[in-house]
Design a protein around this ligand. Sequence first.
Ligand code: ATP
Ligand code: MG
Length: 362
Amino acid sequence: MINQPRNRILPNKNNILGILGGGQLGKMIAMSATKAGYKTHLYCPKGDNPAETVVNSFTHGEWDDFDKLVEFSNNVVCATSEFENIPSKTLELLANKTSVIPNSKVFRSAQIRSKEKEIAEKSGFKTPKWYLIKNTDDLISASKLMENGGILKTNSLGYDGKGQVRINKHSNLFEIWENLGSVECVLEEILEFKREISIMYFKSTDNSDGFFPISQNHHENGILRKTIAPAILNIDDERDLRLKTKKLSENLGLYGILAVELFELLDGSIVFNEIAPRPHNSFHWTLNGCDNSQFDILIRTMCGLPVKDVKSNGKWEMTNLIGQYENIISETSKDQDYILYLYGKHETKPGRKMGHLNKQIS
Ligand code: ATP
Ligand code: MG
């Protein structure tokens, strides 16, 4: 863990930044690094990896191929991961060789829902009522305590709404448990919310820190569809949210960036959903809406460059292109105000994030 300010890493031919994971987040991290004059080296398993087209070099390897990981770590001055479910063993191994930001404890906490909820509660956040479910007996008894129905979520490895099922008093709990793979889960109450929001905090290895403006998010079937930002919260609520987010980051020993997903309930109270210690889809609007995007700020935090609060240059809307996108881009391409990011994935699948559009709305 980094406690002391460290030397700044400035762009030069020897300072290669390591990126773990070859998806769209890895691609946009690499593009920011390149813009700032850094060289990049990507490590990812073989596959449909959009990031490969924009890095200086890449290594194909599995997350447990320790020889290849050591070789990768010898080649980079620091590394970050775009892939939330990266095994913490992989990050610990890399941390012995190079500086890994955020650290493995942050990733391990984000990977286990019960753990992230406990740390959030310790940091002052409210969470939905939740129970750890280890077997069907736990599920049967906890489901009786869910007056408005519940959501059963696998305790690890969920994303984009995968690995979760809504249950009510008519549900066949045995079947649902089996369909989720009979693995450890959490059951949480379904909240009726006014809106979903997210906040992003960042801390550089020189110990300076800051926030992005808040995003307001609209999900469909568990997948983010649209973000509008900045979202307006009253000053006291925003101050309180920032304090709790900072506390949470301190409890995790965070350097790098951290997104927190939240629900704003009908009575105005704010409830924690989950964290992501990496660039977050709900901050893709910052690519155009801010002087420094979330990817630019991640690079600054890794390199020990000073950071501060980021302001927006107006109100922005980000729309995800999910699954078949051709018709949408055929229409929006007629209007220059739609700024298109197409990730370059080879295969289009229903529910797969293929790109996004940013548009200034005021
Ligand atoms: P991702 O990592 O892509 O954000 P995920 O698969 O980890 O998603 P969650 O963030 O837990 O899943 O849930 C996805 C969406 O489902 C939420 O953004 C929200 O719209 C809805 N949801 C999740 N939990 C609840 C809840 N307790 N009450 C109401 N809606 C919920
Ligand atoms: Mg989520």
